[in-house]
Design a protein around this ligand. Structure first.
Ligand SMILES: [Fe+2]
Length: 473
């Protein structure tokens, strides 16, 4: 089942500050634990923003400080990628958060206005407006240097470009604020959005650039993946005195485009809820928030700890299960029992197939595809397809797997699969493999243990072959 490691809000704050080694050791140690608990190994890593803490507006060395923060998080993500997804950066989706905005640059790009505009209450929070409001000074500002203002995103964008450099398919090829990757073998397409459109030192509202949002509809239309996942940073709920969240109506548009799972961060606590769009048929999206992986105690809401999610998608059951892992005061990640998950450490939400997406092939159809792939010598493809095929035809699956492993010369895996052999042909295959690998003593022993499965004349013939080959070598 497609499985995602969902981490968010990696920004480090003091008291206590975690370094990369502590954080990675705690995650990798927990990986053993969650696998023992039956949670699959992640296929992908999703990072939903706030990679660095950034600096206050008036920090004297903000550029060098922010650059060093990105060096630290880049090393962290590189190690995580190496260990969890085999160094394959196309399996890592990274979007920015509000902390990834350079506040000092945005402030220096603004000038105070002598006269406060009448409509400041509205324009101060509009992404494309040139006016902003500073509550601390109760003063209106104008964005007077648009070039410098645009550079408030530069550090993150440079980090992101560096991270993805060298991949065959560039996840950023559809624009700087859209990360797009298809995973055909998982049946997934993932689109990452920057929800920082219009964000700066005075405006913290979550918004996705409308161009990026509209583009995602086109991209999904051209994709054959049955399940579409969207990623952004800001939450979709907020209190009456806050404005640092994204309008939930954006979720409705994403549902309409065919996304059925939305992942975000920002709140610093795990959260999972279904959102619905009532069109002629009811479409819905599971919206999942991840807690903060790395902030200190003061950055955590009351009762929360450092956290991350492991998200398991079950397309056949049309469900998604969110497992929350949280860090103890000793620095150990483990399952986190949550009141809002009914006292459980995980919650399962519906993930109904979106009518805007192509249908996932049936399990039997997938078995047919695996069989065809094996017949055509596409052994890797056959092995990729097998886990998602019907278990009702176990002997066919076994036959395909044997043929594929044989084709790929993966001898040890083949020997493991054939142990114990289910018929004479398989027993003979084991002996042949061992003879070909010059493991004659092992072949003799195995032949002896499988004697009841093999006809006597054939048994004697195999004994002879082993002795003859042994004598030659
Ligand atoms: Fe945030």
């Amino acid at each position: 089942m497609p499985t995602l490691l969902h981490i968010s809000d990696l920004h480090r704050t003091a008291a206590p500050r975690l370094d990369n080694d502590e954080l990675l050791a705690a995650i990798f140690s927990d990986a053993k634990r969650w696998e023992q608990e039956g949670i699959p190994h992640p296929d992908l890593i999703v990072v939903s923003g706030d990679l660095v803490q950034g600096t206050p507006i008036d920090h004297p060395n903000s550029d060098s400080e922010i650059a060093s923060q990105y060096v630290e998080v880049a090393a962290f993500l590189q190690q995580l990628t190496d260990d969890l997804v085999g160094s394959d950066k196309s399996k890592v989706i990274i979007v920015p958060g509000n902390h990834d905005v350079h506040w000092g640059r945005s402030r220096r790009a603004m000038s105070p206005l002598k006269n406060c505009p009448d409509d400041i209450g509205v324009t101060a929070f509009e992404a494309n407006s040139h006016t902003r409001w500073n509550w601390k000074e109760c003063k209106a500002y104008e964005i007077s240097d648009s070039n410098l203002y645009d550079l408030r995103f530069e550090h993150f964008r440079q980090f992101q470009t560096n991270f993805y450099t060298g991949l065959c398919v560039d996840p950023l090829s559809h624009g700087r604020d859209t990360v797009y990757v298809e995973y055909p073998t998982l049946g997934l397409v993932v689109v990452g959005f920057a929800s920082w459109h219009g964000n700066d030192c005075f405006c913290h509202a979550g918004e996705i650039d409308p161009h990026a949002l509209n583009l995602s509809q086109k991209l999904l239309q051209d994709s054959q993946a049955p399940t579409a996942i969207s990623v952004w940073h800001h939450g979709v709920t907020g209190g009456p005195r806050s404005h640092d969240y994204m309008d939930a109506r954006v979720v409705h548009r994403l549902i309409d485009f065919g996304f059925s799972l939305g992942l975000h961060g920002h709140h610093h606590y795990a959260d999972a809820a279904p959102y619905e769009l009532r069109l002629p048929n009811l479409n819905s999206m599971a919206v999942v928030g991840a807690g903060s992986l790395a902030v200190g105690d003061k950055g955590l809401p009351m009762g929360e700890r450092r956290q991350f999610n492991i998200i398991v998608i079950n397309p056949d059951d049309e469900t998604v299960t969110i497992h929350v892992r949280a860090m103890s005061p000793a620095g150990v990640f483990t399952k986190s029992y949550r009141d809002d998950f009914g006292g459980n450490a995980s919650i399962t939400l519906p993930l109904p197939h979106s009518p805007a997406r192509p249908r996932r092939p049936s399990k039997t159809r997938r078995l047919d595809e695996a069989m065809t792939a094996a017949r055509q010598g596409q052994h890797e493809r056959a092995l990729e397809l097998l886990p998602a095929t019907s278990t009702a035809y176990a002997h066919v699956r076994r036959h395909i797997e044997i043929k594929a492993l044989e084709g790929l010369d993966r001898i040890e895996e083949l020997l493991n699969l054939l142990d114990p052999p289910q018929n004479q042909d398989e027993a003979v295959k084991i002996i042949s493999l061992l003879i070909d690998d010059n493991r004659f003593d092992e072949a003799s022993k195995r032949l002896h243990t499988m004697s009841t499965l093999i006809d006597q004349p054939l048994y004697r013939e195999l004994c002879g072959v082993i002795e003859a080959r042994k004598a030659i070598v």
